[in-house]
Design a protein around this ligand. Sequence first.
Ligand code: HEC
Ligand code: HEC
Ligand code: HEC
Length: 285
Amino acid sequence: MKRNLSLAILTAAGLLTLAGQPGFSAEERKGPPKSLDKYYPPVNRQRPYTLEMLELGRLMGSLTMDVRALPPKGGKNPAIAKEVEAFAAQYEKVSAMVPEWGPYFPKIVVANLKKAAAENGERATLEPLMKEVETNCTHCHVRELFRVQALYHWPRFAKVAAKNARDEEVPFHDNMIELSNRMSALPTSVARGDFDGAALHQKEIMTQFGVLEASCENCHQEPREYFVDRVVKGELMKMGGLVKRKVADQADYKKVIDAVSARSCIPCHQLHMPAAYMQAQLDGK
Ligand code: HEC
Ligand code: HEC
Ligand code: HEC
């Protein structure tokens, strides 16, 4: 992928504000059922749904290991029937927590597993049944897990406040657009020989980048090294130096901007944008 191209695409996309987007259909805005709300902050800080899922995973894992430890034929382990009972009870419990998701928890697969275990089933009988259960777990995870994470575990990007040039609080999104537009405009000013205009852009880029850096604290308690590190800031300062020395060669600016994109903008987007945009979509923006 050509890095300078990606930045150009980003900037073009940035001209659309999130709020002004054409809007999502009701289907696209359909997030996880509202009955999940009560298992997450602010309603419940213990996150019981997460904890019960982890317990389901634990029971499933230890059962799987005990089944695998059976000899291929004729082996028995009476403890397995008990384990299956405990697993089935937890399966039932988790499935009842979100009634709308009932169909994701087919009763028949677990009933078959229980029957096989009660009859002291062999490894060759139990393993395919376990596999079937596991396939159902993943089926729901693939569709729902990430949306739950974006909605209930990630803080909302839309609520992260940033400062604009007049020291007013603006949405994080506005800060991104301003930063991006200024970075695009600076080389254009240089090309016109307008070094005062370029210097103004440079000043704003440094300010907006500082605002971006400060925004990490909204979600991260400890400072993060990536994306806003010394090397990235060094590149941005280099751009200031070019403007000050009235360097006119566009290639020099492109080099710096590409380096910043590759080290800051793009990787940080790859990490944070999926959650941010999933939130925006489910919030109907
Ligand atoms: C936290 C890491 C992070 C860094 C570093 C970062 N961004 Fe962003 N950026 C985001 C997130 C998250 C979004 C989406 C959320 C939003 O815009 O509301 C975003 C959105 C954008 C958008 C809006 C895109 C669109 O689809 O409308 C632009 C433009 C943008 N960033 C440019 C940049 C540029 C240029 C840089 C580098 C100088 C940069 N960003 C650095 C996290 C980051
Ligand atoms: C109806 C959908 C659904 C089904 C079916 C389901 N899960 Fe989950 N599971 C979830 C969701 C949603 C989360 C994320 C919860 C959260 O992060 O708060 C999750 C999280 C988990 C986690 C924690 C994973 C992590 O890294 O966050 C484990 C372990 C787990 N599930 C095990 C299982 C097992 C084992 C089964 C099948 C026996 C199963 N789940 C069936 C929806 C489902
Ligand atoms: C709206 C909340 C939010 C903002 C703002 C935000 N992050 Fe994150 N970031 C997260 C979440 C959630 C994760 C997932 C893992 C975690 O919780 O650490 C994450 C993961 C990361 C990771 C990888 C895992 C780790 O914890 O080191 C890095 C690096 C990172 N962010 C850097 C940054 C930087 C740098 C900024 C500011 C430029 C920033 N983030 C802004 C929410 C945010």
